[in-house]
Design a protein around this ligand. Structure first.
Ligand code: 13P
Ligand code: SF4
Length: 318
């Protein structure tokens, strides 16, 4: 177990960092752009962003921005969701190869085959999917609203893709009489967390609530005090009376937690909780993306319109 205080920080002289920041801000004004970042991004990336949030907040926020361009610091499916929702804006991914291995575990053909096994079932896709998969789904969800989304569909059978752990978490939490058929996808980062690590962390910090992400394995979620999306975790830790917390998600979240709850202590349950793709984006890659105009996310219009239905249905749920 580590505190996670230093490991995500890119070491560079402050003057160099400041020079990069001012070039980014100048270009941002010229492009009439807004920079948004996911909670897992490097601290220096979060700090230059206009908005930092979880997947649901970032999708919603993208529709409220008065800008010509969105520079997205996260992974591909997140920028693609912003592109699905904002055909009038240019959307750039701030590092060209930042992808999500879980989103790549199912494509349109595989989903069609999975659906064919359960005729009549509603198809709920996690936002961690490609536009092609969203286009084949009835409704999208994120870790913040998955239970509500499943409860919103009229069917009592649901095909849930691609995160098996999130599907099982919904099945355990919902009050609806529903059968969920989860696809066997998973997050390679959260899969590294195991029950033994949680038990060890608890024995070292018995007064600290354990807060984990629903992408964790069911046996890990079962040991936790709270199973929450990344922004829900930040809110919970700020509002809780506890003064220290054991965190079971990607280490980037610690930056926001320490910023927003400065008097409290946060410990990562395992030092393996690093998503290499989330860590690709740096101030340099943001500047390079903005300068070159590369990494624009383009979704073919027919796919975008079908994917948008699934995302809009999710956003209509409070
Ligand atoms: P959140 O929507 O909870 O931020 O999660 C996104 C993600 O990719 C978790 O691994
Ligand atoms: Fe994908 Fe997992 Fe990284 Fe999130 S943490 S972007 S689910 S690989």
């Amino acid at each position: 177990m580590i505190s996670g205080r230093k490991s995500a920080v890119i070491e560079r002289p402050e003057a160099e960092r400041e020079a990069l920041r001012s070039q980014i801000l100048e270009l941002k004004a010229q492009m009439r752009a807004v920079i948004v970042a996911h909670n897992y991004q490097h601290p220096e990336v979060q700090d230059i962003a206009d908005f930092v949030g979880d997947s649901l907040e970032l999708a919603r926020k993208s529709t409220e921005l008065e800008a010509q361009a969105i520079v997205f610091c996260g992974v591909h499916f997140m920028a693609e969701t912003a592109a699905i929702l904002n055909p009038d804006k240019k959307v750039y991914l701030a590092h060209g190869t930042a992808g999500c291995p879980m989103a790549d575990m199912i494509d349109g053909n595989e989903l069609r085959e999975w659906k064919a096994r359960y005729p009549g079932a509603a198809v709920v896709c996690y936002v961690n999917t490609t536009a092609e998969v969203k286009a084949e789904s009835d409704i999208c969800c994120t870790s913040a609203n998955a239970v509500k989304v499943v409860e919103s569909v009229p069917q009592s059978e649901v095909v849930f893709v691609p995160d098996e752990n999130l599907g099982k978490f919904v099945a355990a939490r919902t009050k609806k009489n529903v059968t969920i058929h989860p696809y066997p996808g998973y997050c390679v980062t959260h899969a590294r967390l195991n029950a033994e690590q949680v038990k060890l962390a608890r024995s070292l910090h018995p007064d600290s609530p354990v807060v984990v992400h629903p992408e964790c394995k069911p046996e890990v979620a079962a040991l936790a005090d709270q199973v929450l999306s990344t922004s829900q975790m930040v809110r919970y830790c700020k509002e809780s009376n506890a003064s220290s917390f054991l965190i079971g998600t990607e280490m980037g979240i610690l930056h926001r937690m320490r910023k927003e709850a400065p008097g409290k202590e946060f410990f990562l349950v395992s030092n393996s909780l690093i998503c290499p793709n989330m860590k690709k984006t740096t101030l340099d890659s943001i500047l390079e993306t903005m300068r070159s105009g590369r990494n624009e996310v383009i979704v073919p219009e027919d796919v975008r319109l079908r994917a948008r239905r699934a995302v809009d249905r999710m956003l209509a749920i409070v």
